[in-house]
Design a protein around this ligand. Structure first.
Ligand code: SF4
Length: 408
């Protein structure tokens, strides 16, 4: 097996790559590594994921930009899936990924047999919550353990001290109300299996309480006009606790969200990049970057189990649901001949004041004076899925265009 990163190097920031474009955004905004998957065999079957050609391009792009690429094979396979796993392991190993991320011990064995040179990271879906489990995977040859979210930093520190494997934890993103995806709600309601990566997230739906003898009289306890979100967890956010995380011996900080937008990937990656760098350099960092995180989510944040005071794990969002303060309008894919090429995500009108969010942090506002279609014909408005040109806009590739909607 080839060597993984040594444990004594700086902690790695691991960002989600739901498709090739999001991979490039994550790398541009400062990810040390990205995690991605093919069209099957990873949790999150609904994210767009990668064709074999896109995966090859994504891994090459990551490596060309000094980032690493981890490929997920973290479903819980049934017998009928085993041959597919073997084929994927053999094929993907030729693309030189930096690791496979695996949950199932059968899939682990297949990867060891068919791609002994590719390091293996044990997925959070394996639910490792103690150092004996970690050592078990270590003896089998895994090089990194992605711990369960249901742990305190104290427990994480003990596990890290008793294994030679690298330790990775989630620091940001959506949480399950169930034990990290071991949940049957989605299968029950719509036949989509969370443990095969196809969760429809029914925990985010609104519910009413029904007293057993009065089935036609649901209790009206609405916390929002849409109902009571009793199963919907707040999102994890550990941006204020980077020093404690690093002190606990963690080697990699992971951001959840392969189904989220390129905007989310860019903003969240940049905020954690800056916080990590600030921790190592002593520079205090820019509070605006942390504030940016609040502009990406319509749920409030929690520190989950990590600080120990919330053993129940989730704080229901309930009435905490709110709107994001900004709309993501477009992604700059290139700048050429003094024009920015923009993939439009939401309507942009001539005369709009937009903010350009750049990977290096030099954000600026500008007024859209002119909009052109791809044949340079003038437009009054650009619509979603259109590619347009913005004359005079100088910005780095993968910059994000957003518009303020309202303050929190
Ligand atoms: S329904 Fe919610 S809690 Fe259950 S697996 Fe899906 S996201 Fe997790």
């Amino acid at each position: 097996m080839s060597a993984d990163k040594p444990r004594d190097t700086r902690a790695e920031l691991v960002s989600p790559a739901g498709n090739l474009q999001k991979l490039k955004v994550a790398v541009a905004f400062g990810a040390d590594a990205v995690y991605l998957s093919g069209k099957s065999l990873s949790l999150r079957a609904q994210s767009e994921n990668f064709t074999p050609e896109q995966m090859a391009e994504g891994i090459v792009h990551a490596h060309a930009n000094a980032a690493r690429a981890f490929v997920l094979l973290n479903v819980f396979p049934h017998n009928e899936n085993l041959e597919q796993i073997r084929e994927q392991v053999s094929y993907i190993s030729k693309l030189k990924p930096d690791a496979f991320v695996i949950s199932d011990i059968g899939a682990f064995e297949i990867a060891r047999e068919n791609a002994p040179d590719v390091p293996i990271h044990i997925s959070t879906q394996a639910n490792v919550t103690n150092w004996r489990s970690a050592r078990f995977w270590e003896r089998l040859g895994a090089s990194r353990i992605i711990l369960a979210r249901e742990l305190t930093l104290k427990e994480i520190a003990e596990i890290a001290s008793r294994t030679t494997m690298q330790v990775e934890i989630f620091v940001h993103g959506a949480m399950c109300m169930a034990y990290s995806g071991r949940c049957f709600m989605s299968k029950h309601f719509v036949g989509r299996d969370a443990n095969l990566g196809d969760c429809a997230q029914p925990c985010r739906w609104a519910y009413k309480i029904v007293e057993e003898t009065r089935p036609h009289d649901p209790l009206d306890i609405e916390a929002t006009p849409k109902g009571t979100l009793i199963f919907s967890s707040r999102d994890l956010c550990m941006i204020d606790h980077i020093p404690e995380i690093l002190s606990s011996g963690v080697n990699a900080l992971k951001i959840e969200g392969r189904m989220k937008t390129a905007y989310y990937v860019g903003i969240v990656t940049r905020a954690y990049r800056q916080s990590l760098d600030a921790n190592y350099s002593g520079y205090e960092g820019d509070p605006a970057r942390v504030d940016d995180l609040r502009k990406t989510s319509n749920r409030d944040f929690t520190t989950g189990f990590y600080l120990g005071e919330m053993r129940a794990g989730l704080t229901p969002a309930g009435g905490a649901r709110r709107r994001s303060t900004h709309s993501f309008l477009g992604l700059i894919t290139a700048t050429e001949a003094n024009m920015a090429r923009v993939e439009v995500r939401a309507r942009i009108d001539r005369g709009h004041t937009l903010e350009c969010v750049q990977p290096d942090g030099n954000d600026f506002q500008f007024v859209v004076d002119s909009l052109l279609d791809e044949t340079t014909q003038p437009l009054e408005a650009a619509l979603p899925n259109q590619t347009v040109l913005l004359p005079g806009l100088k910005a780095a590739a993968f910059s994000l265009l957003r518009k303020e909607e309202r303050q929190l």
